[in-house]
Design a protein. Structure first.
Length: 349
């Protein structure tokens, strides 16, 4: 089969690799219907995270179960499934506490996991899925092309935006600022609206992304950054700041921006994958009583609820995909996102 391999900065290729097979009774093999490029995939692509040797890449995919191991009971061949961006058994103590990303038996797509076997990357034609019962969530049917993008967001960005909003305790009547206008930030706008926020400030200076933010529920736009951006947010909120600042980038500057726009006693919900040395100003947090909560989103915890809302049309996150390419153009997909010519790229094998 063909699968995406990253060799180093700016070097992503579609290689011929061995076809995956069921190797353990808890495995399933999934034929990928759609995958995508994540903003966090850009960190190794840009060289921010080192690539010490070529390896598979991609952690967001949906598809159809082709084969299931003898111990798999929750999915069967023919089922359409969504895969969270991490692997989990969904039975260990951490999974039962709703933190499947810390599963004691879990792991990552594209790497050798605790079973000693490679879990294929998601940007390929097929994937061997370890712990299929704990990892995969079946949809009611295979979605049509109109619904597919929204369903695919549930593998990562919709659930991650939701995690930011929940971490910052967004609820009915909340004032919210979203730092970051990538797919996660845009989904955080949608998540905040879904949870009942009364005012949502999207910090964006890209006209296309501003339009999506407004479509998703933003009430205000702020293009400035740094002290000017914080001052603008305070002006919009009567000099107070926001109840919840959702940090969806992962850099030092984005974290500081989130801290600066939160009101005294407010919360920062952070989900941006750390890169570029993000830091916390503990003295500022101490003086303002601003709390910082979040981290890697436990997608498996949120997936059933959000998938149902996408399927029903209650939320429509699919427009974050503004470019669709065939899998053989995966290198162009990375370049488009790296150059901010696309918000998020869907790949169709």
């Amino acid at each position: 089969m063909r699968a995406t391999v990253i060799y180093g900065p700016g070097d992503v290729r579609l290689d011929e690799v061995p076809d995956p097979q069921v190797q353990l009774p808890t495995d399933a093999v999934v034929r990928v219907v759609a995958a995508c490029v994540c903003g966090s995939d850009l960190w190794p692509y840009r060289g921010v995270q080192p690539t010490r040797e070529p390896h598979r890449i991609g952690h967001e995919f949906v598809g159809v179960v082709e084969e299931a191991g003898a111990a798999v009971v929750t999915v069967k061949p023919g089922d359409f499934v969504v895969a969270p961006f991490t692997i989990s058994d969904n039975t260990c103590a951490h999974c039962r506490n709703g933190v499947q990303t810390s599963c004691v038996h879990g792991g990552s797509w594209g790497f050798v996991n605790d079973d000693g076997l490679l879990a294929d990357g998601g940007q390929g034609e097929y994937v061997r899925v370890p712990y299929a019962d704990g990892t995969l969530v079946a949809g009611p049917a295979q979605p049509d092309d109109g619904l597919l993008p929204g369903v695919l967001t549930c593998s990562d960005v919709m659930c991650t935006g939701h995690h930011a909003a929940l971490s910052a305790r967004v609820g009915k009547g909340s004032t919210v600022a979203v730092v970051g206008d990538g797919a996660v930030g845009l989904c955080a706008v949608l998540a905040a609206r879904r949870l009942g926020a009364a005012r949502i400030v999207a910090m964006s200076r890209n006209s296309v992304r501003q339009g999506l933010a407004m479509r998703f529920g933003a009430t205000d736009l702020v293009a400035e950054r740094g002290p000017e951006g914080a001052a603008h947010v305070r002006d919009l909120t009567g000099g107070v700041g926001v109840d919840a600042a959702l940090e969806c980038v992962g850099t030092k500057e984005s974290m500081q921006q989130a801290l600066d726009v939160a009101r005294p006693g407010g919360l920062v919900g952070f989900v941006g994958v750390p890169a570029g040395g993000p830091e916390l100003s503990v003295r500022q947090m101490f003086g303002s009583n601003v709390g910082v909560v979040g981290g890697v989103a436990p997608v498996r915890r949120y997936l059933p609820e959000l998938l149902a809302d996408v399927w029903s049309g209650a939320i429509e996150p699919g427009p974050v995909f503004d470019l669709t390419l065939p899998l053989e153009q995966v290198a162009q997909a990375y370049a488009a996102m790296d150059q901010r010519r696309a918000v998020k790229v869907m790949l169709r094998p």
